[in-house]
Design a protein. Sequence first.
Length: 356
Amino acid sequence: MRAFLILEDGTVFAGESIGSTREVISEIVFNTSMTGYLEVLTDPSYAGQAVVMTYPLIGNYGITPDMESERPWVDGYIVRELSRIPSNFRCEGTIQDFLKEHDIPGICGIDTRALTKILRDKGTMNGMITTNEDYDLDEILPRLAAYTTGDVVSKVTCAAPKVLPGDGKRVALLDLGAKRNIAKSLNDRGCEVTIYPADTPAETILAGNPDGIMLSNGPGDPKECTEVIKEIKKLYDSDVPIFAICLGHQLMALATGADTHKMKYGHRGGNHPVKDLSTGRVYISSQNHGYVVDVDKLDPSIATPAFVNVNDGTNEGLKYTGKNIFTVQFHPEACPGPQDSGYLFDRFIEMMGGDQ
């Protein structure tokens, strides 16, 4: 079945429908990872977005037990070529069937690199995936311009607290759309991890007397999370050690008076170099974000830059002055991506007082 990707600027790509045949409007973003497509599909940070994979062949190892949440969160999936016969000893099915099972529309057979060049040149824009060959651009374009992702954190967070048992430090993880490997990275280091829904009051988290607090990644515009920001300010004031990733990093900045802004096309992939400003060492990182903390509006009495993106100079982390708090924009838990910065979880455990 023919399918069409219609961009907000009127550009139309024609290809073949994969997955669900329903129509969807979403924000179109691109990811440069060569592998890890299942982790991308199931990363809650992609809620409200349709993902373009720049690597030309996707699906060659099929669906494996590597999901980062219980279900996929992308609105749509856009690829150049989809492997029809996956081959891997862990393979449990095909991407085609996976997309159909979860009612996710997609399109293949289009020039994804040309599409990516448009998004890099003009910036991230909204788009529609449709199988309707009689589409009306005059009717569709205003709908695309009006689309916003809105409050997606409440959509992806857990419904109730849950505990991963451990014999070490007790960590409260605020689930803003957390990838599984964040909790697993802590749990593998012996931590008992209590995962809380995003709307949990700070008082409830602190009443559990955690040794440390983790703020997770998540989707959408950080400024939409007004109530969560208020609770994070209370956590900041508590003096409990805090480590935050991605959206959590942005929300902590907003909670303490800094600002964020939307990037032209964001960072999404597994090959982004970041420099640790305390050592000068560069790490290759996994990233997935479209917003960034504005370092020009940082109050150095509150926070100072700790990491910087080597490619474009944007902020990749903050160290909070006089506080046992540090935050990063990238993903030290990876999945997919390099494990270079996994040592940051060890640093967090040291902040909480070590192994015991």
